[in-house]
Design a protein around this ligand. Structure first.
Ligand code: NI
Length: 134
């Protein structure tokens, strides 16, 4: 574990009350733990604003498995040399629909481009690209 440094923070009382409620709702053990996560979250979001930053992403999509060639197209995208497809998960939701989660690694701009490509494919009903920059 990295060396810890103690800091003091001044907050308006109202803001602190709201913050403590947030901490309770989310189940944090301490204010310090909550603040660490908020700082990490902000730093990650700032990195994601850079199109050339390295990131990982989970692309979630629900699609109709009767849609022509969609499964093959998804596999072809995962073999694309521009991005590294780390893993994928397939769940047969019901008679029609499948859920697929594809984990990608690469540059932010490339992930977004490929993610949007996937989500706009014919047969994809719902989808989302979740990026993080660890
Ligand atoms: Ni399926």
């Amino acid at each position: 574990m990295a060396e810890l440094e103690r800091i003091g923070i001044s907050l308006d009382k109202d803001l602190l009350v709201d913050f403590d409620k947030l901490i309770a709702r989310r189940g944090y053990q301490s204010r310090s733990e909550a603040i660490r996560d908020l700082v990490r979250q902000q730093l990650s979001e700032e990195r994601l604003a850079d199109p050339e930053a390295q990131a990982v992403a989970a692309v979630f999509l629900v699609y109709d498995h009767h849609a022509a060639n969609l499964a093959e197209k998804l596999i072809a995208i995962q073999h694309s040399h521009l991005l590294q497809a780390i893993s994928s998960l397939h769940v047969h939701l019901d008679h029609h629909d499948c859920l697929e989660v594809i984990v990608l690694r690469g540059q932010v701009a490339e992930i977004n481009r490929v993610g949007e490509n996937i989500l706009s494919m014919k047969g994809v009903k719902l989808g989302r690209v979740n990026l993080v920059a660890p």
